[in-house]
Each structure stands twice: as structure tokens, then as C-alpha cells.
Design a protein around this ligand. Structure first.
Ligand code: CUA
Length: 302
């Protein structure tokens, strides 16, 4: 995004400089040129100038609309990640950044990503509001407890980049920093394979799913007391209230912590809450497990 953000930014700076100089220059020029030359001289009375007024209204209008359309296009590009992204979960807490790769690698205050691939961060907080800010990538987004926010970027050059928390979050807010390490794809593969062999996030979720006995109600064969989770992620779900919602990360999280908030049509509100029983990181594992049920139906026989 850096090129696009900078282009807009420098255009705005240039525009501001141009009009500041133009207006200041005209003020000085006219003050000198039309100054009172004799003590008894009286200025001419001038009434209206329709063409002039239309001109100085229409030109700024067109310029500001241009800025609006340009700014909106950059905003939309930042808000909409491409379809294919490398997803990394981020959990902010006082005062550190925890990164969780889908393959199971965990990192603190350091995130390794490959160059040339779109990376999407799916972020939440364990305590207060934090804010991920990577100045070199020109990206920044709040990290909010109880919600998932997203941010995406595509690193174009290997290197190490600063990561800051950009929302005052307590005593050691200024120490809540880290770095993004952008690596060549081969180095990244090496780094990945050198990581902890804890298994993927989805497999950890699958284990947790069984440990918490979720599988007794959420069965794959539609005979369970809870909705089938296979191929659920990203689909639209109809609720008993008649409302329709998309089964995204936030929906799954809410359904685990506050199951009665959105009851799926055709089911009884009998699911117990798991509030306090699962951590933010375990929630991410469960979400990733539900997502994996979308792509691959072979590992859902339990
Ligand atoms: Cu976290 Cu400031």
C-alpha cells in the first residue's frame, strides 16, 4: 500500500503548498499594488462577478471530489484483502504481541512472513484496545477485545520492519513494539520447518473440540443436537429470529462464548457457554478447526 498511500499523501501536500503560495502571493501582490497612494483616495465599489464566483466554487469542488474518489479507492483496497492470503492470528495483550501461524508456529513480538505474498492478520485482544501499526507498510488497525479485526499487506522487499502499538494501552504501551521479518520464500520455508512441531492450529482445535465434547452434539451426520459444522464457514446461517448472518470468525467466537445470542433455526438453545473455559488462543484454534471442515471433509469422522 505504501506507493498508493504516499502518492495520495504527496499530492495533498503538493496541492496545499500550491494554494498556500498562490493565496499568500496574491495577498502580498495586491496589498502592494492596490495600496492607498494619497490620503484622500477612495476605493472603487465592485458588485458581484458571477463568472468568477462560479469558477472559484466549481474548481475546488472538482478538486475535493477528486481527492474523495482517490482516497476512497485507496481505502477500499486496504479494507479488502485478496481472496488468497496467508492468514496469521494476532492476539494483543498488555504488553506484547502474540502471533499464531496456521501451521502451529507461535511467535512473540516478532512475525516472520514471506516476501511477495498477501498476508492477512486476524486480530483480537485479551484485555484492552491495542493497535497494530507497521509504518513501512502504511497499515494500521485497532485490535479490540471481543472482536476480530483484519489488516492485510503484501511485503515487497525482504528486511526487518518496525511494529508498534498505536493505541495507549497502559503503563508499558511504549514498550509494546516488535518487528516484522520479511524473508525470501526459501528462507521462509526453512524458518517454517524449523518451528515447533506442535501441529497445525486446526489439529489443535480438533483435539480441543473432542476434549470439550463439542463433537457429541455437533456431529457430521446431522443427527446431533447441534448444527452440523461441516462446510459452515463463510456460509449464511438462518436464525430462529428470522435474521440471517454470515458464519465468520466473529460469529463462531460468539456462538462458543454466548451460544444463545444467535440460535440457528431448527435447534433448541441448549448449548452451554464456554466463557472462561477457553482462552482467546484456544478460540482461534477452534475457529481454525471449523474453517478446516470447509476445505477438507476427510478429517471429520469423529
Ligand atoms: Cu498495546 Cu498500546
Amino acid at each position: 500500500m505504501a506507493t498508493r498511500v504516499d502518492a495520495l499523501y504527496f499530492f495533498l501536500v503538493g496541492l496545499t503548498v500550491f494554494f498556500s503560495l498562490l493565496i499568500a502571493g496574491l495577498i502580498v501582490t495586491y496589498a502592494v499594488r492596490f495600496r492607498r497612494r494619497t490620503p484622500d483616495s477612495i476605493g472603487a465599489r465592485i458588485h458581484g462577478g458571477t463568472m468568477l464566483e462560479i469558477t472559484w466554487s466549481v474548481i475546488p469542488f472538482l478538486i475535493t471530489m477528486g481527492i474523495f474518489v482517490w482516497g476512497a479507492s485507496v481505502f477500499f483496497a486496504m479494507a479488502r484483502p485478496p481472496d488468497e492470503t496467508l492468514n496469521v492470528y494476532v492476539v494483543g495483550k498488555q504488553w506484547m504481541w502474540k502471533f499464531q501461524h496456521l501451521d502451529g508456529q507461535r511467535e512473540i513480538n516478532e512475525l516472520h512472513v514471506p516476501v511477495g505474498r498477501a498476508v492477512k492478520l486476524i486480530m483480537t485482544s485479551e484485555d484492552v484496545i491495542h493497535d497494530v501499526f507497521v509504518p513501512a507498510f502504511r497499515v494500521k488497525a485497532d485490535v479490540i477485545p471481543g472482536r476480530y479485526t483484519h489488516l492485510w499487506f503484501e511485503p515487497t522487499k525482504p528486511g526487518t520492519y518496525h511494529l508498534f502499538c498505536a493505541e495507549y494501552c497502559g503503563t508499558r504501551h511504549s514498550g509494546m513494539v516488535g518487528q516484522i521479518v520479511v524473508m525470501e520464500p526459501n528462507d521462509y520455508q526453512t524458518w517454517l520447518s524449523g518451528g515447533a512441531g506442535e501441529g497445525s492450529l486446526a489439529s489443535a482445535g480438533q483435539k480441543l473440540f473432542a476434549d470439550l465434547a463439542c463433537n457429541t452434539c455437533h456431529r457430521a451426520d446431522a443427527q446431533g443436537r447441534g448444527p452440523v459444522l461441516q462446510n459452515l464457514f463463510g456460509k449464511t446461517v438462518e436464525l430462529t429470529s428470522g435474521e440471517k448472518v454470515v458464519a465468520d470468525e466473529a460469529y463462531i467466537r460468539e456462538s462458543i462464548l454466548n451460544p444463545h445470542a444467535k440460535t440457528v433455526v431448527g435447534f433448541q438453545p441448549i448449548m452451554p457457554t464456554f466463557q472462561g473455559l477457553v482462552t482467546e488462543e484456544q478460540l482461534l484454534e477452534l475457529i481454525e478447526y471449523v474453517k478446516s471442515l470447509k476445505q477438507d471433509t476427510s478429517n471429520v469422522t469423529q
